[in-house]
Design a protein around this ligand. Structure first.
Ligand code: MAN
Length: 367
């Protein structure tokens, strides 16, 4: 794909910017586990000033046994967390998140994630403890619940999250009205599919989602797709929406925050990764902005290129360095409050000027 003007444009001016939550501020969910990440938060306005966050909390095994690695998993049959101890010479470490069990050739995660509800009275700081937590229940959640996104549709909050298990990384749906009790609606996008974000309104009578299938035929890097539904459960009309636009997102792009309605279109902040095909390491994750037509969301109205790159120390250093991963958005007047994961470890919040973001969105080349 041709490089667009996004190559030459730089990140946008950040307004308020803070690290909201670090793993050492989150109590472990049970003895024997250690919190290593509190990141990739879904976020939604729940009052004129109040924001509710659903934070992904990643936990590893606290006990250290020299020469061994403990891998946690939810055992749905027994209804408890199980720990599998593998000899270090039986595993290959791919990156800090993933090991390969050399005996089987299959991957395992080094941690188990769940979701924790945090309230923020003003969007800038969190209450000190989670008010509620959502744990794996099903067998298809055995390696955890990850990367939630929240969309308010009429009087319910709808939560998409990644359900990870030996079957792969799928996207499941839950809903709530109060962030205390949750209804689970099962898997809505089968493996491999992540980064599912729901639009807050029906378009032409149908619900709309962005999703990110991850094909294993690498004719191109993973792309954002669009899908439609009449009930939020059954999805069809799948079609590719956006692939790489430049060097910063040549490795993959994926939905980030749910879209918000603006005068110029549906605005969404998404992520891109710059690891070239076959490249080493994890690469850098940056944030871009995307504007879709209000009536025909399959039409891209504007792309801003990278609006945010890892800069702050809590973004450049951490469990996976050089990651900003936008997952929540709260528009307040002329400001966009963006909630994001930093370095697969912490939660951050940053504000951008809405007019500046819209102004940075240019029609895609050839579009
Ligand atoms: C990738 C990353 C991790 C995630 C695993 C499983 O390695 O996105 O954050 O935990 O996939 O979903």
């Amino acid at each position: 794909m041709k490089a667009t003007q996004s190559e030459t444009r730089g990140p946008l001016r950040r307004g308020f910017n803070a690290c909201l939550l670090r793993p050492d501020q989150v109590p472990a969910s049970q003895p024997g586990l250690r919190v290593v990440g509190a990141f990739n938060p879904g976020a939604i306005a729940t009052g004129p000033e109040e924001v509710t966050l659903l934070v992904r909390v990643a936990e590893t095994v606290a006990e250290q046994r020299p020469g061994w690695i403990g891998l946690p998993r939810w055992d749905a049959g027994r209804g408890e967390v199980a720990i599998d101890w593998l000899r270090e010479d039986e595993v290959t470490m791919l990156d800090p998140r993933v090991v390969v069990d050399r005996r089987t050739g299959f991957k395992r995660l080094t941690f188990l994630s769940h979701l924790a509800v945090y309230r923020s009275p003003d969007g800038r700081r969190l209450e000190s403890a989670p008010s509620c937590r959502l744990f794996p229940v099903h067998e298809w959640e055995e390696y955890g619940l990850e990367d939630p996104r929240i969309t308010r549709i009429e009087d319910r909050f709808w939560i998409t999250y990644v359900a990870v298990s030996r079957h792969g990384a799928a996207t499941a749906l839950a809903s709530t009205t109060d962030f205390r009790t949750f209804e689970r609606h099962g898997i809505v996008f089968p493996p491999e599919n992540k980064d599912v974000v729901l639009f807050p309104e029906r378009v032409d009578g149908r619900f709309v989602a962005m999703h990110r299938p991850n094909p294993n035929q690498h004719f191109a890097a993973p792309e954002i797709w669009l899908a439609f539904s009449s009930d939020l459960i059954h999805w069809g009309g799948h079609r590719p929406l956006l692939g790489a636009t430049g060097r910063w997102d040549v490795g993959r792009v994926g939905g980030g925050t749910p879209p918000v309605r603006t005068g110029q279109g549906w605005l969404s902040i998404y992520h891109g990764n710059d690891r070239p095909p076959g490249g080493e390491g994890v690469g850098t994750y940056s944030a871009g902005a995307l504007l879709l037509d209000l009536e025909e969301p399959g039409r891209i109205r504007g792309l801003a290129g990278r609006i945010m790159v890892p800069e702050a120390v809590f973004e450049t250093q951490g469990f996976v360095p050089n990651v900003v991963f936008p997952t929540g958005i709260v528009p307040r007047g002329d400001s966009l409050w963006v909630y994001y994961g930093a370095a697969d470890e912490s939660c951050g919040v940053v504000t951008f000027s809405l007019p500046e973001v819209l102004n940075a969105c240019r029609p895609p080349s050839g579009g």
